[in-house]
Design a protein around this ligand. Structure first.
Ligand SMILES: Nc1ncnc2c1ncn2[C@@H]1O[C@H](COP(=O)(O)OP(=O)(O)OP(=O)(O)O)[C@@H](O)[C@H]1O
Ligand SMILES: [Mg+2]
Length: 263
């Protein structure tokens, strides 16, 4: 048990109804099935599991982008349903896998990073630009980048933009859903180092979703493993990946270690 968690989700469930044809019986997928998660202030928790195990569904619900059928979420001791949009945005923010599709192609980088401040009328003019410049500095994005458009940036630079936009409201928790999966290996390491530096500088809490257990073990101290909407294993990263209790976890770990042969 974590004494004073920044995030405490209890018994979250979410089903999706699927209808295959006009007269077909509606089928239901239990994407989340009684999942509980806690994250301490300043802690990085990794979430792994096979494709379709419910990781992104959990992320969407924790972010308030989707509602659970059952269960509740406490952020800093208050129920998430009591938060208004701004209060929630100041508490928890996402960084998604593909920085290209999540950045508006017609807006300059400056305006993309500034958007959360503009939408909530929190800053204008010189103060706004000042804040955008300092967050660009923080994530290692050259100031000359601010006048460019997303297509004029590299994948790694675009993910820095997504991180800057997530941080501009100074949230306490960042949910990263496969944040490095779309990037080259060398760039992946830079982004992971950045996330790690930001965690210690800002005292951020992370939920880091990755199918790559190496990514989880680089950034996180605790790991949770999901399968078919359920949490099947939880513990320190060293224990979960070193001595997994579930054969499923061992398979996940070994699958990543298998290097495909070329030629
Ligand atoms: N909007 C939706 N409507 C219907 N089914 C959905 C919806 N979103 C997710 N699902 C289903 O719920 C299950 C969990 O999906 P989810 O996206 O959470 O998996 P995931 O663990 O993030 O997988 P991946 O590693 O491939 O990203 C899957 O079976 C998926 O098909
Ligand atoms: Mg997903």
């Amino acid at each position: 048990m974590i004494a004073d968690p920044i995030l405490a989700a209890t018994n979250l469930s979410r089903a999706f109804r699927l209808r295959s044809g006009l007269f077909a019986q509606a089928q239901s997928i239990q994407a989340l099935d009684g999942v509980s998660v806690t994250i301490a202030a300043g802690e990085a928790v990794g979430l792994a599991g096979e494709s379709g195990s419910g990781k992104s569904t959990l992320a969407a619900i924790l972010l308030g982008l989707d509602r659970p059928d059952a269960g509740n979420i406490q952020l800093a001791g208050r129920d998430i349903v009591e938060y208004g949009r701004l209060a929630r945005a100041r508490m928890i923010q996402p960084v998604f896998q593909d920085p290209y599709s999540s950045l508006n192609p017609r807006h300059r980088i400056h305006d993309i990073i500034a958007a959360p401040l503009v939408i909530h009328s929190l800053a204008t003019g010189g103060v706004l630009s000042q804040k955008v410049q300092s967050i660009a500095d923080l994530v290692g994005l050259g100031r000359s980048m601010l006048q460019r458009y997303p297509h004029e940036l590299s994948g790694g630079q675009r993910q820095r933009v997504a991180i800057a936009r997530a941080l501009i409201l100074e949230p306490r928790i960042v949910i990263c859903d496969e944040p490095t999966s779309a990037l080259d290996v060398s760039v992946q390491a830079q982004i992971l180092n950045l996330l790690s530096d930001l965690q210690s500088e800002l005292g951020l809490s992370y939920l880091l979703i990755s199918h790559d257990l190496a990514v989880v073990s680089q950034l996180c101290t605790r790991a949770i493993i999901m399968r078919e909407g359920k949490l099947v294993e939880e513990g320190s990263v060293d224990r979960v990946f070193g001595q997994p209790q579930e054969a499923y976890t061992a398979r996940l770990r070994d699958a990543v270690l298998e290097v495909p042969s070329h030629g």
